[in-house]
Design a protein around this ligand. Structure first.
Ligand code: 5BU
Length: 261
């Protein structure tokens, strides 16, 4: 079932978070709603794939704390690639703490090199806003938006409806700093907010460690997400370049089918 949505350009006008405006615009220009999750341990290998993936993706997602020799020289190379190919750098750190601690953690671990980071809604609005608003407003930091984790992809996770609804309310009330959600399905009618979804593979349904994968079509057409986050289904293949094209095309086709021509 196809439900008609607004175009990305129309949604760009509704967005207030600085990173969302940039994201809507680059998704439209590059014709991509694919975020690549590069979970290699070798820093050089991540940079090599990010360079190849650049033209096909709207964002490259990493976990800084899993990378060998993670340092400023590495982040400056990733920033150079992001500038060259026009994609967002997404640090999936999943912050969750009191406001004061959050602020210190974000400044040290992400604000200077990542465009966007993930944050759990669990600590509540006051902690999240007091930590992130000043960092995002600071012109000298790269960080320009956060994604609130509303739902997880893994089997047996503890994100219940109450948590998801509470997280949605925080996002809707703080759209100047919140780009959108990490979620499994569309949870908000605010069209400036962007729904990003992990747990996507066209070939497999589980990794045997709790991860649950479903198709691009299901994630976008049925569950109404905007951006698919794909990791091992691309990165662990012998030919990541052809998989990048395959996932980019499938995701863009599914999103385009629901948008005005
Ligand atoms: P995969 O290889 O496609 O399973 O990678 C998915 C990535 O998304 C991986 O980096 C996870 O840490 C991340 N992820 C997820 O899979 N599910 C979630 O609910 C969240 C993040 Br939040």
């Amino acid at each position: 079932k196809i439900r008609v949505r607004l175009s990305l350009q129309q949604r760009e006008k509704l967005a207030t978070c600085p990173v969302s405006k940039r994201l809507f615009s680059l998704m439209h220009t590059k014709a991509t709603n694919l975020c690549l999750a590069i979970d290699y341990e070798e820093g050089e290998r991540i940079l090599e794939l990010a360079d190849k993936a650049g033209p096909f993706v709207c964002a490259v997602k990493v976990h800084a704390d899993t990378i060998d020799e993670f340092n400023e020289s590495w982040t400056s190379k990733l920033v150079a690639l992001a500038n060259k190919h026009d994609f967002l750098i997404f640090e999936d750190r999943k912050f969750a703490d009191t406001g004061n601690t959050l602020s210190m953690q974000v400044k040290r671990n992400a604000a200077s090199w990542a465009d966007i980071v993930t944050v759990y809604g669990i600590a509540g609005e006051k902690s999240i806003r007091s930590a992130f608003q000043p960092i995002i407003a600071d012109p000298s930091t790269r960080l320009k938006g956060i994604l609130l984790i509303a739902q997880l992809s893994c089997e047996g996770n503890l994100c219940d409806t109450e948590y998801t609804n509470g997280t949605r309310r925080i996002a809707e009330a703080n759209q100047d700093i919140v780009c959108g959600f990490i979620t499994q399905e569309k949870i908000s009618d605010k069209l400036g907010l962007i729904h990003w979804t992990p747990g996507v593979s066209l070939d497999e349904t589980t990794d045997g460690k709790g991860q649950q994968w479903r198709s691009v079509e299901k994630a976008i057409m049925e569950q109404q997400n905007d951006i698919v986050i794909v990791g091992r289904a691309i990165c662990n293949k012998t030919t990541p370049a052809s998989e990048l094209r395959r996932y980019r095309d499938a995701a863009w086709e599914a999103l385009s089918a629901a948008m005005p021509k």
